[in-house]
Design a protein around this ligand. Structure first.
Ligand SMILES: [Zn+2]
Length: 298
């Protein structure tokens, strides 16, 4: 019997810059600690080690100009990019999460507008969205990141969905040629990849997350109980939790999380919980599920 694909979906990821810090209105956690502006290389190293140890696969968003900054040319980002290519390529499918995950970038004038990308997107048409997405893809391509999809920051494009889907399709085919591509916007418990466009030898699939980000709470609470949060995904005996719920609904488990949820504002509790979840999946479901990138799922 074929195993059920399971994937980890990580958003708000990029080198060094803490994307959440950049767009968060309040630069302080709910328990009164200052939000950290950067995520160090040492955390990236720990994440890559975990991926290797448990054979994790899935999807990673890479923000091209995170928080309206461009860290990619910095000398200290080189070891980060080396790790990215050596340890994550082939395991994760890559995509931009628009350009800044913050303010809208005016491509022609090279300035940032005083409007966030989500609000801007929902006032656009197919052509302007395609231009924007094409630029995001091109920035990543120039940095050696091969993308096979697009992720929507917040609810980007949700109110102009048909134009948005056509724009994603056009932009991906223009930048990378014909192929099978995907995009991520929604969360629904029973999700499987769904074909939304099939044209001239290329296809676009919608891939939903099926499990919400239970690790987010670790940003504000460093004392989170690791086992208790892991139970939301899968209990120690492997009998309950959202991973099982998705399987029982006939779906493919896609665990949504964010780089900041794993980093937990420096306490790294989110990453510890993820490890506990991975151990439980390995112990209870290794004959039933198999980690896959988004490309392998299609
Ligand atoms: Zn995001």
């Amino acid at each position: 019997m074929n195993k059920i694909p399971i994937s980890l979906n990580i958003d708000d990821f990029c080198p060094i810059v803490h994307v959440y810090y950049e767009h968060s209105d309040i630069k302080i956690t709910k328990d009164g600690r200052e939000l950290l502006p950067e995520v160090p290389l040492s955390f990236m190293e720990k994440f890559c080690a975990l991926v290797e140890k448990y054979g994790v696969k899935g999807k990673l968003s890479v923000v091209p100009l995170p928080g309206c900054k461009n860290p990619y040319g910095e000398e200290r980002v080189k070891p980060w990019m080396n790790l990215f290519h050596e340890k994550l390529e082939g395991k994760f499918s890559f995509c931009p999460e628009m350009i800044t995950h913050h303010l809208t970038y005016d491509i022609d004038k090279d300035v940032y507008l005083d409007i966030d990308e989500e609000t801007w997107s929902n006032m656009q048409n197919e052509k302007s969205l395609a231009n924007y997405i094409q630029y995001a893809l091109t920035l990543l391509k120039e940095r050696g990141v091969k993308c096979t999809g697009v992720t929507s920051p917040w609810h980007f494009g949700s109110k102009v969905k048909e134009a948005y889907e056509n724009a994603i399709f056009d932009a991906l085919v223009k930048v990378y040629g014909n192929g099978d591509y995907w995009y991520f916007l929604e969360t629904e418990p029973s999700g499987k990849p769904r074909t939304v466009i099939e044209k001239d030898g290329s296809r676009l699939f919608a891939i939903s997350a099926t499990i919400r980000d239970y690790l987010w709470q670790t940003i504000d609470n460093p004392k989170t109980d690791i086992k208790e949060v892991a139970d939301f995904y899968i209990t120690e005996d492997g009998k309950n939790g959202a991973v099982l719920d998705t399987i029982n609904l006939g779906g493919h488990p896609v665990m949504l999380t964010h780089w900041q949820s794993l980093f937990s504002n420096g306490s790294e509790t989110g990453l510890e919980i993820l490890e506990e979840v991975l151990i439980r999946i390995k112990n209870n479901l290794s004959d039933k599920v198999e980690f896959m990138s988004y490309d392998e799922k299609l």
